[in-house]
Design a protein around this ligand. Structure first.
Ligand code: PMP
Length: 396
């Protein structure tokens, strides 16, 4: 076959799209016998398989002419109306996206260009870093922890520069598992309102809280305070099924219109059948389903914390998640989580080293553990293996 020099043809944007080192590492976690705390996948036992099978068959038979047809870019109108009613917003402000991942890319397309500043937490969601990076922005970062971002650092950053937006995950942050307390949400909002800066609030884990109730989102707080500068993202991936790729963005009409135009060129619209199916699944027994989802993750988190409490040596710090799917761990200064990763694989357990979650580097001694896909027994065994891997790296 006559070869083509592909790399001479790729555009500038393609240069910025790099294979993530993490994907290479994650390949190792697929080996047989490895207990993996690495993936960010939801618990498959929670997928509504039977309900989805029945609903899909019915939709195709009875409403196939809609389900199999092109639809509006903004999304299937009854699903937009459902989301509008659920969040208490005008359905005209709702855009259905092909996963929240697509919303992140659309935000990059609409707001970012070469060199434009964008502010995010360090660490932050890897998929967001990757989506934004494709547009060549300059990442400004503020440290974040169990109670969300450092507000002093944030204030200083906003004094120096006006980012296109601030990307935050205030509830059950991926990867650091933080939950920003209410008072801090209010302070943050005062800061951004005064600076007139836009916040993109990613609330992918909104329903996965372990306590009595959900804290109000930045979006809700901003709306009650009369500030329109919060764009809200959430998804059905964590409460129904990620494979359906149905999520939503809520934004004031002017911003939404641009996002819709951007989406039009990407995929015209999110698959109609999937949107209709999500709506059918939401209509039946949503409160009971959410209770179950929360209970399952709460129990798994508890199992992991019990195992860590009894097995982790001194000097290793980890978060106690109040929701979501992750525990974030910090090894003593100078101990490399990538080195630990190699030893852990040899012991038969995997996790994600934390470095790649820091857009501007750092975090070499951190790592993320997900408890979402494993049962109690395997969580206990995995943590034992992790402790064995740690033994050889930590000074006694
Ligand atoms: N945002 C965050 C914080 C996430 O953790 C994830 C998925 N792991 C996403 C967005 C993407 O979710 P979706 O399946 O809706 O694309």
């Amino acid at each position: 076959m006559k070869p083509v020099d592909w790399s001479s043809l790729f555009g500038q944007g393609a240069e910025r799209i790099q294979a993530s080192t993490i994907r290479e590492l994650l390949k190792l976690t697929q080996r047989p016998g490895i207990l993996s705390f690495a993936g960010g996948l939801p618990a498959p036992e929670l997928f509504p398989k039977e309900e989805a099978a029945e609903a899909a068959a019915k939709l195709l038979r009875e409403r196939g002419e809609v389900a199999l047809q092109y639809g509006p870019t903004e999304g299937y109108a009854p699903l937009r109306a459902f989301v509008g009613a659920w969040l208490g917003v005008d359905p005209e402000e709702v855009l259905i996206t092909t996963g929240s991942q697509q919303a992140l890319d659309l935000l990059g397309k609409v707001f970012l260009e070469e060199g434009s500043p964008v502010l995010l937490e360090a660490p932050s969601y890897l998929g967001a870093i990757q989506a934004f990076r494709a547009y060549g922005p300059r990442f400004l970062t503020v440290p974040t922890g169990e109670e969300g971002p450092d507000l002093e650092a944030l204030r200083e950053a906003l004094l120096r520069e006006r980012p296109r937006f601030l990307y935050l995950i205030p509830s059950f942050q991926n990867p650091a598992s933080g939950l920003m307390p209410l008072a801090k949400r209010q302070k943050l909002l005062e800061l951004v309102t005064e600076a007139g800066v836009v916040v993109v609030e990613d609330d992918a884990y909104r329903e996965l809280y372990f306590g009595e109730r959900r804290l109000p989102s930045l979006f809700e707080l901003a709306r009650s305070a009369g500030y329109e500068g919060v764009i809200y993202l959430s998804s059905f991936s964590k409460i129904l099924a990620p494979g359906l790729r149905v999520a939503f963005a809520v934004a004031p009409k002017e911003a939404l219109k641009k996002l819709v135009q951007a989406k039009q060129g990407v995929d015209l619209h999110t698959p109609t059948l999937n949107q209709m199916l999500v709506l059918e699944l939401l209509k039946e027994g949503l409160p009971a389903r959410l209770e179950r989802v929360r209970r399952v993750y709460r129990e798994k988190a508890q199992a992991m914390l019990e195992a860590l409490d009894s097995a982790m040596p001194q000097g290793v710090r980890y978060t106690r998640p109040q929701g979501g799917m992750f525990v974030w761990m910090e090894l003593p200064e100078g101990v490399s989580s990538e080195e630990l990763f190699q030893k852990a694989i040899a012991e038969g357990v995997a996790f994600v080293p934390g470095g790649p979650f820091f857009a501007n580097g750092g975090g070499e001694n951190t790592l993320r553990l997900s408890y979402a896909t494993m049962d109690r027994a395997r969580i206990q065994e995995g943590v034992k293996r992790l402790a064995r891997a740690l033994e050889s790296l930590l000074p006694l």
